[in-house]
Design a protein around this ligand. Structure first.
Ligand SMILES: *Cc1c(COP(=O)(O)O)cnc(C)c1O
Length: 478
């Protein structure tokens, strides 16, 4: 039995408990493709299933675990599923899952050097790997692992503002495109900038930030006495995978002395492939770069990352020297990551990145990313050959947008919108695939983000066949 006030299980119980959990996870990895990736549940249904008073007395641990396995785990979408195409999937990998388990099991504090020198060192080592991959300055550069891309973007903007604005940022202006990720706006709001301090630059027909409109906006702001301070470019927009003109924006930043932040949370990982690294040329010019290992670097949640050209910028923005941390400051080569970001207590995120890269090797990651980009190209070719489908935005960094538009049906734009919305609804109702819509240039389109290395062309074809069946059914009813 549990030794209750010590919150412990005995050794045999711990083993039994742990093995059962591992068995459950392994079963999930092995069989998930046979499960349905989509779940539906209302608040009412979840309340009926899960709502309860705080349990005053103990329960048998097997009962608790059994209840969770039966009722909690199945009521979540499976973002590792090969037919999870929407948003940005989280393909994850088993080695990193186990690494996270180890890090949590030892409850390693990854805030300061003195608390866990090896954890800090592994964060330095893996950060150096990333700096090199993205061709950031090796010695001067730095970075930090965060909970995700949103926190990395927030960390970047705090750093940028400290470097470029000091304490008075009332006239500072930030530029980004209408395709930039919402987390950037959220970060700007969190930081206390006003809405009027953000310029949303329109994109061209390919969804890239318009350079002409960006230049116009900057000159107008200067003429009006504002202080342009930062451009946020997207290296892989979430909607279409489009990369902004990174080189041209770098030149503008240089001429205008602006901070250059690149949000590569979605597409940054494509640097690992030949096709991707060509598209990402210029990414090495950023002052700060967000990438998001829990997306296309196949790590489980939560793991984002911010890279900066100069690690001192991070400490300038985030160091505080409270007396209670006096004894653990250490020397300057021994990084205290609590001085490089917002969190003091941090989990040991570097471990999963380290262990998965060591186990599979960088080449396996390169192959996986290349596979994803090629798969999206193959899906595009497949769609273009069909008389039923229209490609709305070509495959770019493993994202593709398309819509059901059989030739000779002559549907109006409005009818096409309704048809594609209904197809997505039908697919979700079937629970066979996670496929939702997005809006591009006022058209409702279906979007696939194909970053799961276990998704096959056959998986996609099956889903498209399902879409066609639903679409044809709807057209017949008309
Ligand atoms: C997903 C995403 C983010 C936010 O990252 P989280 O890890 O979800 O916080 C930011 N920018 C882009 C381009 C993204 O795709």
């Amino acid at each position: 039995m549990q030794q209750s006030h010590r919150l412990q299980l005995n050794k045999e119980e711990m083993k039994k408990y742990g093995y059962q959990i591992i068995d459950t996870i392994v079963e999930h990895f092995e069989n998930e493709h046979e499960k349905k990736p989509v779940t539906h549940a209302t608040r009412k249904e979840m309340d009926a299933l899960l709502d309860q008073e705080v349990p005053k007395n103990p329960s048998d641990f097997q009962d608790v675990l059994g209840f969770v396995v039966d009722n909690v785990l199945p009521n979540s979408n499976i973002f590792t599923h090969p037919k999870s195409y929407s948003f940005v999937p989280g393909p994850s990998n088993y080695v990193s899952v186990m690494a996270d388990t180890l890090a949590t099991g030892f409850n390693i504090f990854s805030g300061g050097w003195a608390a866990s020198p090896a954890a800090a060192e592994l964060e330095i080592v893996t950060m150096n790997w990333l700096l090199k991959l993205f061709k950031f300055p090796a010695k001067k550069g730095g970075g930090i692992f965060t909970s995700g891309g949103s926190m990395a973007n927030l960390t970047a903007l705090v750093t940028a503002r400290r470097q470029r604005c000091g304490d008075d940022f009332s006239k500072a202006i930030i530029y980004m495109s209408d395709q930039a990720h919402s987390s950037n706006i959220k970060a700007i709001r969190v930081l206390g900038f006003k809405k009027e301090q953000v310029r949303i630059i329109p994109t061209d027909l390919e969804f890239k930030m318009s350079i002409n409109k960006l230049k116009n906006a900057i000159s107008r702001d200067r003429l009006q006495g504002f202080q342009p301070f930062c451009i946020i470019a997207s290296a892989g927009t979430t909607n279409t995978g489009t990369v902004d003109p990174l080189h041209e924006i770098a030149m503008i930043c240089k001429e205008e002395k602006l901070w250059y932040h690149i949000d590569g949370a979605y597409g940054g990982a494509a640097i690992l492939s030949d096709k991707g690294s060509k598209l990402l040329k210029g990414i090495e010019k950023a002052d700060s770069l967000t990438i998001d290992p829990h997306k296309w670097l196949y790590q489980p949640y939560e793991m984002g990352c911010l890279l900066v050209r100069n690690h001192k910028w991070l400490s300038a923005a985030f160091s505080e020297k409270p007396e209670y941390l006096r004894d653990i400051e250490g020397n300057t080569s021994e990084i205290n990551f609590y001085d490089h970001g917002i969190q003091l207590t941090r989990r040991f995120r570097a471990l999963k990145f380290y262990m998965s890269l060591k186990t599979f090797g960088l080449d396996a990651f390169k192959k996986a990313v290349s596979y994803n980009i090629d798969l999206a190209d193959q899906v595009e070719a497949h769609l273009r050959k069909s008389p039923k489908w229209e490609v709305v935005s070509a495959a770019t960094l493993a994202v593709i947008n398309f819509r059901y538009n059989p030739i000779q049906t002559n549907l109006s734009e409005k009818e096409l919108d309704t048809l594609n919305q209904e197809i997505s609804k039908g697919v979700l109702q079937s629970r066979e695939a996670l496929l939702v819509t997005t809006v591009l240039q006022n058209q409702i389109v279906l979007r696939m983000c194909l970053i799961n290395p276990r998704t096959t062309l056959d998986d996609v074809k099956e889903t498209l066949t399902l879409c066609e069946k639903i679409g044809d059914g709807l057209l017949e009813k008309k």
